[in-house]
Design a protein around this ligand. Structure first.
Ligand code: ADP
Ligand code: ADP
Length: 541
């Protein structure tokens, strides 16, 4: 048993793992008797991007605090341990030189925090003031340009959106002049184009300046593009965590998805996560839930205009919505909910919509269980527990206050709240943000099952291509010029939708030979050019 639940893991996420004795005998750090233990450390390397892939709560931050020299690990021993003992324990491993430098106080570190939403609480000023303090490499101008921060340089940090904060935090971290950079999730709130740019900037700093980069990332397509080597992390959140020896990125992600770690001979999940190589046949969903006409919405004197092509949304389907930030996706959502009236067209849709916004702001002083039971009288029923609470891992946080939740916990509560409301249409804006990979998969299947069993219709806006792939039956594609003009296509089959979306971005995906999972092609590689010529950006023909 895992110490949290009494019996077999109800999430089927982690099979109860018996750690090999050799590992059990050699923790890196133990917070106390019966407290969390960490086994293994990631090994940052000069000139390389090292990734960590695994759930939250299994010691990634602990590991980084050790690598920063901030936490003196105790090797699980009772007696006092110093850095010389740690060095002795790591002699002959890839970490030997690194730990010697930490012991000698020679490692300097820049770190991007996981929850960028908290930055305004600790910084009072505008973007320019924040960034200028960090410009140690003289690289700021180029970072500002490539991350498109220019338009918000004179804006107060507290007025920035999550996506803007994420890019400012990334620029602030990469502008520093240190040996070791730790980036705890780079993709939340960024669109795919911005994610790819972030990945390239991180790679360039490693390759061109010979720095050590360590990245925790849950968007697997981006992690794949970003990292040179990968440590898989597994264990029981809150109880113990194991960080494996480095693997190639391809093998690391493949093994993670398959649920079985080859070298470690370790099963970490019962069922594999699988992707379909070929586009699903056009969904044959029955009824039409809503048939909406062409719509136009302009703000102000037409600073931004959205044009929506009329279309049908089917009952029971999960409709994916993709497109860059600032292109009108939320505006469309508000037209559907009736929160906004269109400039042209008749959007009087008479639909009850349950909406989870991109930026989750539930933070009243109220317990999670009280909050959720105020939304649905299904709360606590065995159906609700099985279909909502378990896959969203809510049991452990039911008694906590909303205001004390982490970003990922808040996200899970908000998804549960959205699905628990009774409505005709459920609209979730970026449900993947701050969920770890395991939680993304669980949340995805909860949303899909809910649509099927409750005769519900779900629309999901997301930038994580694996999440969209696992969730959506059809796609609605937004394109145009962000902040100026947006066009929304009518809902279309997955293959057509992916081709339209990815051709705007000029990104193609090949398929991994072993697992069929999608992998981003190198621009201008042979496959990239061939696929563009044939117009097949995502699925095999
Ligand atoms: P992650 O970064 O993977 O989410 P952390 O390293 O933050 O994980 O935490 C791993 C576990 O260690 C958590 O269960 C956390 O509660 C526990 N932990 C973290 N810091 C301390 C501490 N100072 N004392 C006791 N337990 C701690
Ligand atoms: P997305 O959801 O795709 O990121 P939005 O629909 O939020 O895009 O915004 C599209 C554009 O409209 C952006 O340039 C945004 O600044 C602008 N915008 C959004 N809401 C308003 C508003 N109430 N008044 C004026 N401009 C707005």
């Amino acid at each position: 048993t895992c110490g949290i639940c009494v019996e077999k893991c109800p999430f089927d996420a982690i099979e109860i793992i018996n750690l090999p004795q050799e590992l059990q005998d050699n923790p890196v750090h133990r917070y106390g008797e019966n407290a969390f233990s960490l086994y293994g450390l990631p090994a940052p390397q000069e000139g390389k991007v090292t990734g960590i892939l695994g759930p939250n709560g299994i010691g990634k931050t602990t590991a980084v605090r050790i690598l920063e020299g901030e936490l003196q690990p105790n090797l699980g021993r009772d007696e006092t341990v110093d850095w010389d003992d740690v060095l002795e324990a790591y002699r002959g491993t890839e970490l030997q030189d690194y730990i010697a430098d930490v012991r000698d106080g020679e490692v300097t570190v820049a770190r991007k925090p996981q929850y960028v939403d908290q930055i305004p609480e600790s910084f009072d000023g505008n973007t320019r003031e924040l960034l200028e303090r960090t410009d140690e490499r003289g690289a700021l101008d180029s970072l500002v340009e490539r991350l498109e921060i220019g338009p918000v340089m004179d804006q107060a940090i507290e007025d920035l959106s999550g996506g803007e904060l994420q890019r400012v935090a990334l620029a602030a971290t990469l502008a520093r002049d240190t040996d070791f950079y730790f980036l705890d999730e780079v993709t939340p709130y960024l669109d795919i184009g911005q994610r790819v740019t972030a990945a390239r900037l991180i790679r360039e700093l490693a390759e061109e300046e010979n720095r050590s980069m360590l990245v925790v990332e849950h968007d697997l397509a981006i992690l794949d593009l970003l990292a040179d080597t990968l440590h898989v992390a597994y264990g029981e959140p809150g109880a113990y965590g194991v960080i494996t020896s480095p693997k190639s990125v391809r093998n690391g992600i493949n093994e993670y998805l398959s649920g079985y770690l080859d070298n470690e001979n370790m099963r970490i999940r019962q069922d594999p996560i699988e992707f379909e190589e070929h586009a699903p046949r056009t969904a044959t969903h029955g009824d039409v839930l809503v048939d909406y006409p062409d719509l136009t919405k302009s703000y102000g004197d037409g600073e931004f205009t959205l044009e929506v092509k009329g279309g049908e949304i089917h009952r029971n389907e999960v409709l994916g919505i993709v497109g860059p930030n600032g292109i009108g996706k939320s505006t469309f959502a508000k037209l559907l909910t009736g929160n906004l009236g269109p400039t042209a067209g008749d959007a009087d849709l008479d639909l009850d919509i349950s909406y989870k916004p991109q930026y989750v702001t539930i933070d009243q002083h109220m317990r999670v269980d009280a909050f959720l039971s105020s939304i649905t009288d299904q709360f606590g029923s065995s159906y609700w527990n099985t279909e909502i609470a378990q896959p969203l891992q809510l049991e452990r946080i039911m008694e906590q206050n909303l205001s004390d939740l982490s970003g990922g916990e808040r996200q899970r509560v908000a998804i549960a709240a959205c699905l628990s409301d009774s409505a005709d249409l459920y609209l979730l804006d970026e449900p993947s943000a701050h969920l770890d990979v395991e939680q993304r998969v669980q949340a995805t299947s909860a949303i899909r099952r809910y649509a099927e069993q409750q005769d519900a219709t779900v629309m999901v806006i997301d930038h994580d291509i694996y999440t969209i792939d696992l969730l959506a039956d059809r796609l609605m594609v937004f394109e145009g010029e962000p902040a100026v003009a947006g066009h929304a296509s009518k809902p279309q089959p997955m293959r057509e939708g992916m081709n339209e979306f990815l051709s705007n971005l000029e990104i193609t995906f090949r398929r991994d030979e072993r697992t069929s999972r999608p992998r981003i092609n190198k621009p201008e590689s042979q496959l990239d050019r061939e696929q563009k010529r044939e117009g097949e950006y995502y699925y095999s023909p």
